[in-house]
Write a protein that binds this ligand. Structure first.
Ligand code: DGL
Length: 275
């Protein structure tokens, strides 16, 4: 019988699709299940405890669907829930399962993208307040200064497809001004929210042309390639029939309509029923 296990890809909603797209580009043959917790998104302003509970519930659901490996394609969940799941849940309940996030792979390579050794991080309040990026980047690049800006209006603008309109200018400009006020010499902006790649054309209207604007899809995909090479015992568990399924805890019709904006092609999702 062929192996039907999949790699699980999780986000609070749509943003993880930007990462999923890059993963599929690098690793098209594996089976995947994408889950967006749209019914409870956005996660950006929820407490640690709530993001942990929601993320764990979704991860356990993906495990139950036959995903021995789950990628948290969400900075907020990676910042607030990943460590607790890795340290306090997996060893006791699921010793053969693994959950990986997006923060560490980004921190590992980000030093290569700045000459002024100064990086601006844009993210949700949850990601910024967790201080995960300054802490992780310091481990790999102690010489790099990290300034952060929380951008709570960007996810709602993007999810409502208003992010490229003139109405978005006010918030984009405000967030960039606040970032540059903290570090006028920064030369790399990390989009530390998987929704934000969609707003790059608008950011570029307000940025000098030589500014590096870094999104995470390709970084996370390449780190997954390395992970699977280094962990053949996990790699062998994943089926390779190129099967992709999409689930949302919200309304599948709404999800399918908006998801194509993030994924670049039509999606047919099914409902994941929250217990
Ligand atoms: N896409 C999520 C992230 O990368 C944020 C969206 C949300 O606030 O739920 O942080």
């Amino acid at each position: 019988m062929s192996n039907t296990n999949s790699i699980g890809v999780f986000d609070s909603g749509y943003g993880g699709l930007t990462v999923f797209k890059s993963i599929i580009k690098e690793l098209p043959d594996y089976n995947y299940i994408y889950l967006g917790d749209n019914a409870r998104a956005p996660y950006g302003d929820h407490s640690f405890e709530i993001v942990y509970q929601y993320t764990l519930q979704c991860v356990e659901w993906l495990f139950a669907q036959g995903c021995p490996l789950v990628i948290l394609a969400c900075n907020t969940a990676s910042a607030k829930a990943l460590r607790s799941i890795q340290q306090h849940v997996l060893p006791f309940k699921y010793p053969d399962h693994r959950v990986l996030g997006v923060i560490r792979p980004t921190a590992e390579v980000i030093g290569a993208y700045t000459q002024s050794r100064t990086i601006g991080v844009m993210g949700t309040r949850g990601t910024v307040n967790s201080e995960s990026y300054p802490i992780e980047i310091k481990k790999f690049f102690p010489d790099v200064k990290v300034v952060q800006q929380s951008c709570p209006m960007l996810v709602p603008l993007i999810e409502n497809n208003e992010h490229l309109t003139s109405g978005a200018n006010h918030f984009v400009k405000k967030y960039l001004d606040e970032l540059f006020l903290q570090a006028p010499n920064l030369d790399c902006i990390l989009l530390a929210c998987t929704h934000y790649p969609l707003i790059i054309p608008k950011l570029q209207q307000f940025l000098p042309t030589n500014m590096q604007v870094l999104s995470q899809g390709a970084i996370v995909a390449s780190s997954l390639v390395t992970y699977l090479k280094n962990h053949p015992e996990m790699e062998r568990k994943i089926g390779r029939t190129g099967y992709k399924q999409f689930f949302t805890s919200g309304d599948p019709e709404v999800f399918d309509n908006r998801a194509s904006l993030f994924f670049g092609e039509n999606i047919h999702s099914k409902q994941m029923k929250l217990q």
